[in-house]
Design a protein around this ligand. Sequence first.
Ligand code: B12
Length: 351
Amino acid sequence: MTTPTKRLSLPDPVLTDRYLHVVGDGDEAAAIALVTGLLADGVPPARVIVDLIGAAQRRVGELWAANDWSIAREHAATAVSERALATVGALSPAQAYRGRITLACVDGEWHGLPARMFAELLRLDGWRVDFLGASVPGRHLITHLHQTGPDAVALSCMIPTRLPRAHTAITACRAAGIPVIAGGRGFGPDGRWAQLLGADAWAATGEEAVDRLVTLTASSAADIPSFGDLNGFASPSDEEYTHLVRARPHLIATAMERLAATYPEAHQYTRDQADATAEDLGHIVDFLAAALYIGDPQIFTDFTSWTAEVLASRHVPPAALEAGLRLIQDQLIDFPTATTMLDAGLATLSR
Ligand code: B12
């Protein structure tokens, strides 16, 4: 009599930890062996994608934010995960019988891996997927749609700063008569900003989207009620948004010039610290611009709370972020909505 061996299944925190360990080591061979073993043991490929690779990538994000992992280690781990995902794809053939989806990351969105994970989930569910990868400029997306005639477009956005570009893409796709499903954390809690920008559908996870796409592609863009409000959305602070985008380089340069006067520690900054500060000021302006475009201060207050945590784990006190916010605010006295949003951001720091 043989002893039954325990079959592997996912989610399993022990397996995720093991996978995280090997990707953290940059050990491509071990990661590939792990996913190959799981598939051989009958674990469904979608589970390997979502519960192993996806779960580990979320942990990678937390470890990077907490300053436990360097950017280089995150990059190496992500590169290994890309190879592991490719292995899952290569070992899991699927028939394309449903229809054709174009999947693209919004212009300026460099998180290609979550979209690639979603592409594999769609392929496993029987769709033919044209995966266009990271940062696809709107006009090139539309040209591709005219050349290939997909049943739907899937747009991926992980960072809210890309929402104005997402809006352009959604509007253009719908004008071309092709329905749009939006996804990725950049579209906000419950996909509320996808709805505002006129997407036909939104899904929290790749798996949820797989179900939603069947309904979406059963009707044409013209006759499905839009999940959002394509014609109704007008950026509530259009003038302030436009000013902020145009003045971005000047706002950052002026804030850098004035920094040491309001935050004396900056006198001692190394070149790297000064570069990182200029980059952080750029993020302040970009998140503020997105909040103005959408008309939702939460985009900005989420950003300030998150940045304060990231900086704290790098031993940068909240006073540094406060100085940055005030240096931008001082240059925007004629812009009431931006000023109010900056005040809301400053208030998150005192909490
Ligand atoms: C790897 C990584 C990067 C890599 C990306 C490389 C690559 N090839 O993808 C690089 C280095 C480029 C990067 C850059 C940045 N990143 Co980054 N990154 C990550 C990290 C660690 C993993 C991303 C990943 O692989 N996720 C995979 C899984 C976990 O994602 P998932 O959401 O579950 O995926 C599913 C859904 O999203 C869905 N889905 C995806 N697309 C679509 C589309 C549709 C239509 C649908 C329906 C569903 C759907 O399907 C997926 C599969 O189920 C995340 C952490 C995280 N939690 O995701 C941070 C993270 C997203 N990054 C973050 C940040 C801040 C940045 C930077 C701004 C950093 C900086 N200072 O420059 C830049 C921004 C670059 C840009 N403009 O795009 C933050 C965002 C925080 C915020 N405020 O929103 C995160 C959350 C890290 C953190 N913990 O703080 N990053």
